[in-house]
Design a protein around this ligand. Structure first.
Ligand SMILES: [Zn+2]
Ligand SMILES: [Zn+2]
Length: 206
């Protein structure tokens, strides 16, 4: 039995792909139920990424109807029985991978970036499982991130995909905060993270 607010409704609005290569449709559907490791998040912001256009074009063979957006932020309104790191009321950025197994070669191997490719995964929210362009979304607590008060929902939503992509790239350079690094191609990167912003600049120094 998940812990939740009594005020969670039974139905919600969701922006869905109901047909590939066609406009989104705003539909009323049941509010999803969180599993043991999941959060039910009242979505504040769902942002749009190029991948959303690929989902809408059928590139991922998503099962329709598919609720859009893999970039969501909001407030936790229910947690599954096995969730200990989040509580109702927490502000979060929704993790995209839903239920990676934690046991396969991708999940346990040395390359952190392979974990999203777990072959036993339930799916990726907004791509192959229901997404964040809705009043509520289910996200895996093990891939979601608690937000500091200084980070707005608007700033946080795109960090779920675009932000994490940049963050991983900068981490792989092993740059320290505030440092500048150069690679052999004479490209440079500056790493700057503060309470309310995350910026990575990369480009040619010439
Ligand atoms: Zn796995
Ligand atoms: Zn994306």
């Amino acid at each position: 039995m998940a812990t939740s607010l009594a005020s969670v409704p039974l139905e919600m609005r969701a922006l869905q792909v109901t047909e590939f290569n066609a406009p989104y449709e705003l539909r009323t559907i049941p509010v999803p139920k969180p599993g043991p490791h999941d959060l039910l998040v009242k979505i504040a912001v769902a942002s749009y990424c190029h991948t959303d256009s690929m989902v809408a074009a059928g590139k991922f063979k998503s099962k329709l109807p598919q609720t859009a957006s893999h970039e969501g932020s909001g407030t936790v309104v229910a947690v599954g029985d096995s969730v200990s790191s989040f509580k109702v009321g927490d502000r979060v950025m929704c993790g995209i991978p839903l239920h990676p197994c934690g046991e396969c070669e991708d999940c346990t191997g040395p390359n952190e970036s392979y974990r999203q490719y777990c072959t036993n995964i339930t799916g990726h929210i907004g791509v192959t499982t229901q997404g964040c362009a809705a009043d509520y979304a289910v996200a895996d607590s093990r891939t979601s991130t608690k937000l500091p008060e200084a980070v707005t929902f608007l700033s946080a939503a795109p960090l779920a995909c675009a932000g994490r992509t940049v963050f991983r790239a900068v981490r792989q350079t092993e740059l320290q905060p505030g440092a500048m690094g150069r690679d052999r191609g004479d490209r440079a990167a500056v790493w700057d993270i503060s309470g309310s912003s995350l910026r990575a600049h990369a480009g040619s120094r010439s």
